[in-house]
Every structure is written in structure tokens, then in C-alpha cells.
Design a protein around this ligand. Structure first.
Ligand code: EPZ
Length: 418
């Protein structure tokens, strides 16, 4: 397993070009199953999870072509299998996003239950309840979901929790259902909006996406379309935090800070400054980081996917901060690793109290999940001495070419092949 070695303490300066958003690309690739022509997707990020999604779609029978300017063309005319096997789903929970499209277009699907993951149990009961309301018969057998429906019917669905992939799965299913579907307490994440924009470009009739109530009027079929995936806002926020934690200055090329209002508000509280130019958004890191408290919330609240990275930043704060994680039950696994680098963090339940320290010290640490590993990279960039991060395959799932993007900024970072 590869490692990443970082010599910390260097203020990062320069430009970063953002990649496409992983959490928009995955549902949009799954949505290609809803039509039978060549869908052309551009700005797809080169990530492990995208490769896994391609493997899953080709297992189902989809074919692929390289399109112009590194775009990917997907054709779902010859889908022969309706099954997402365990050995693929276990490596990527987002595989569950083929469930809605398969049932909607082919009337059946057999998808391995994703099981828990490092950050929590992450059940899919709300996905299944919504499909049942739409008339699907759902059986759970031998670790698989078996779903059948001759024709999905529009329904009124209200989520107990605004689940992101639950909203995406049911929005995709509803596009080809008979009649009108209303999803109440829907997720409002920008990636859900990006998926809806793609579906609408394919001829879907969707209203209210980005609000609590999404209405979908089913149509008989969807036509293929070219589409450009939105920029990755979590990658953007991670590089903003890199400028903050190293006291440097990074310009995010062709980015205007959209979809990150809450995160940028908290980064400003920590002392970072932003200036929007024609070339992009420049982030100035402070000499002294201010302690800031926050609670993670569904969009437009502070995103759970930035909690670990922000904790690394405020571990160097001048005072004490409180972070409350309300989305996942076990998303503090970066804490013990940050402690090994000298951070002073106490966890009780879903709250972490972070007492700022004057400096972090490089150390050998281990990545446990995607955003925890990003947090350790940030800490390593700021720490005195050398940090070695093992199990960086977690990073490769969600950050395209991390060291290639950090090296031009002056970071002393290298990947050690093991
Ligand atoms: C999506 O996961 C993202 N993944 C996650 O990003 C992100 O952290 C999460 O949304 C929250 O924003 C993708 O988009 C591929 P949820 P998802 O369903 O959809 C509970 C990353 O780092 N819940 O919104 O799985 C669930 O347990 C990843 O890129 C149920 O109880 O998250 C959790 O506590 C990590 N029953 C809460 O809702 C359900 O049926 C929110 O989960 C569904 C969810």
C-alpha cells in the first residue's frame, strides 16, 4: 500500500485547478442507465471511485468510449445484468445508486446491501421505503436487496432524514415512473442539483430541486445528452484550508466560491481572507489561526465532508473550539492520528473539544477514510518535520492527483510506492 511523505512548515503559494465533483459524477454516471443512447460526460475526475463505477456499469452491460477532451461516453443500450455484486459494492457504497435506475428502466434489480463503513452504519432503509411507496416489491435475501416493479408509480415520499443518495436514487427512479412523485425533506446538496440538471437535460420533468420539496413528473423515456460535471466543492474547500493551515496564498482557478458559503464563513472566522479575481478565487492564510466552533448539518449547513479538514486547521487555533458531528456516528477517526501529531483534542460522543496548540509535529500516521486522510495531509503540511501517511488509497478515492497539485504550490510531498 502506498504512503505519502510530507516535510511540513512551508506556506503554500500558487494556483490549483479543481477537478469534477466525485459526488456529482457517481449519481450522474448511474443515471446513464436510464437511457439507451450515448451519454457524453466531461470534467469527470480521475479517481478510484470513478473507475469502480465504470467497472460496475460495464458488469451490467454498458459500453464505453473515450470522447473529445477526455470526456467519457457511456451507452446503456445493451444492459443484460440487473445485479450489482457484493465484491464491487463493498468497495464503494455509492454503487447503491444503480438501484433506482435499474428498477425504473428494467423493472428489477439485485444490489448487494452496502453494509457499514468506517464512518458509520449508513443504512439504506429510506431508499427502500421510497421505492416501496412507488410500488416496488423489496426483498432482502442473503445480503442483497431484490427489487421488482412492473411499472413504478408516482408517490408522495417524506424522508425522516434528508439523505443525499436516497434523494438521488428516488429522483432517478421517479423520472420514469407513471405519474407524479413528491420527495419531502429532500437533500439540497449542490450535487443533487447537478444530477437533476443532467436528468432535465435528458428530458426529465423535475421541479424544486435544491429545496426541501422536489416534484418529478414521470415521462415515458429519456434521451441521451452531453453534460459537464460541476467542480468539486469539497476539493475546493480542502485547498482553501491548505492555504489557511500553512499561512500561504492559493488561487482556485475558474472558481467563484459557489456552494461553499457556510464553509467560507467559518474559514473567515478562523482568519482566512478571500479575494475574487477574474482568474479565480484567491485564499490568503492568516499568520495566527483563530479558534472556531461549528456543527455539521445537511446543506446549506457546514458539510460533514469538511469536518475532519477543518479540525486540522483549528488544532492550531489560539483558543478552544467545539466541533459537533451530527450526520455520521463515527466520523472522528482522524482525532487519534491528529493527537499523535501533538493536537490537543478530547472527544465525548459526537462532540470534540479542540484546544489550540502552538505547533504540530510530523509523525507516522494512518488514513482511515477519505476525509480523515485529507485532514492528515493538511496537518502534515503545517507540522514541523516529516509526516508519513499510510493507506493513502483512501485519499485516491476522492482527490485527483493530490501530490501533483500540491507540488507546484511548494509542498515537499512525495508518494512512496510499497
Ligand atoms: C453522501 O453519502 C455522500 N456520498 C457522502 O460523502 C456525504 O458525507 C453524505 O452524503 C452526507 O453529506 C455520496 O454522495 C456518494 P446520507 P450518503 O444518506 O448519501 C442516514 C465523501 O466523503 N441514513 O445523506 O450515504 C445515514 O446513516 C462521502 O465523499 C439513514 O439512516 O449520506 C447518515 O447518518 C462520505 N437511512 C445520514 O442519514 C438511509 O436510508 C446522512 O446520510 C440513508 C441515510
Amino acid at each position: 500500500m502506498d504512503k505519502i511523505r510530507i516535510q511540513g512548515g512551508i506556506p503554500l503559494k500558487g494556483k490549483v485547478v479543481l477537478s469534477g465533483a466525485k459526488n456529482a459524477a457517481l449519481p450522474i454516471m448511474s443515471a446513464a442507465l436510464l437511457t439507451d443512447g450515448w451519454v457524453t460526460l466531461s470534467n469527470l475526475p480521475a479517481l478510484r471511485d470513478i473507475q469502480t463505477e465504470k467497472k460496475l456499469l460495464s458488469f451490467l452491460g454498458a459500453s464505453f468510449e473515450e470522447g473529445p477532451e477526455a470526456s467519457l461516453r457511456i451507452n446503456s443500450s445493451k444492459i443484460q445484468r440487473m445485479e450489482a455484486p457484493y465484491d464491487l459494492v463493498k468497495t464503494m457504497r455509492a454503487s447503491i445508486l444503480v438501484l433506482g435506475p435499474l428498477v425504473a428502466r428494467f423493472g428489477r434489480a439485485r444490489v448487494s446491501l452496502p453494509g457499514g463503513c468506517a464512518i458509520g452504519a449508513r443504512p439504506i432503509n429510506l431508499h427502500l421505503k421510497g421505492l416501496e411507496l412507488m410500488g416496488a416489491r423489496i426483498d432482502l435475501k442473503h445480503g442483497y436487496v431484490e427489487a421488482k416493479a412492473r411499472q413504478l408509480q408516482g408517490a408522495e415520499i417524506v424522508f425522516d432524514i434528508p439523505t443525499v443518495t436516497g434523494t438521488e436514487n428516488l429522483m432517478m427512479a421517479a423520472c420514469l415512473a407513471k405519474g407524479k412523485t413528491i420527495i419531502g425533506n429532500a437533500a439540497k446538496e449542490p450535487e443533487v442539483v447537478d444530477l437533476a440538471n443532467f436528468l432535465t437535460a435528458m428530458g426529465a420533468k423535475i421541479e424544486g430541486v435544491g429545496t426541501d420539496i422536489i416534484t418529478i413528473h414521470g415521462v415515458s423515456h429519456l434521451h441521451p445528452t452531453p453534460y459537464r460535471i460541476m467542480a468539486d466543492r469539497i476539493e475546493a474547500a480542502t485547498y482553501m484550508t491548505a492555504a489557511g493551515i500553512t499561512g500561504g496564498e492559493i488561487t482556485l482557478v475558474n472558481y467563484d466560491g459557489s456552494c461553499l458559503e457556510t464553509v467560507m464563513g467559518k474559514l473567515r472566522e478562523a482568519g482566512l481572507e478571500f479575494s475574487q479575481k477574474k482568474t479565480g478565487l484567491t485564499v490568503h492564510g492568516p499568520q495566527k489561526i483563530k479558534s472556531v466552533s461549528l456543527t455539521t448539518r445537511p446543506y446549506p449547513g457546514f458539510p460533514t465532508d469538511m469536518q475532519a479538514q477543518f479540525m486540522a486547521l483549528i488544532s492550531l487555533g489560539q483558543d478552544t473550539s467545539l466541533i459537533k458531528e451530527t450526520i455520521f456516528e463515527n466520523r472522528f477517526m482522524h482525532v487519534s492520528e491528529l493527537r499523535r501529531m501533538g493536537a490537543d483534542i478530547q472527544v465525548s460522543g459526537n462532540q470534540a473539544v479542540i484546544k489550540g496548540v502552538s505547533r504540530l509535529l510530523g509523525a507516522p500516521v494512518m488514513a482511515t477514510d477519505l476525509r480523515a486522510s485529507a485532514s492528515l495531509v493538511l496537518a502534515g503540511l503545517a507540522a514541523d518535520g516529516t509526516t508519513e501517511i499510510s493507506r493513502v488509497y483512501h485519499l485516491d478515492r476522492g482527490y485527483e492527483g493530490l501530490e501533483k497539485k500540491l507540488l507546484p504550490l511548494g509542498a515537499r510531498i512525495e508518494r512512496i510506492k510499497e
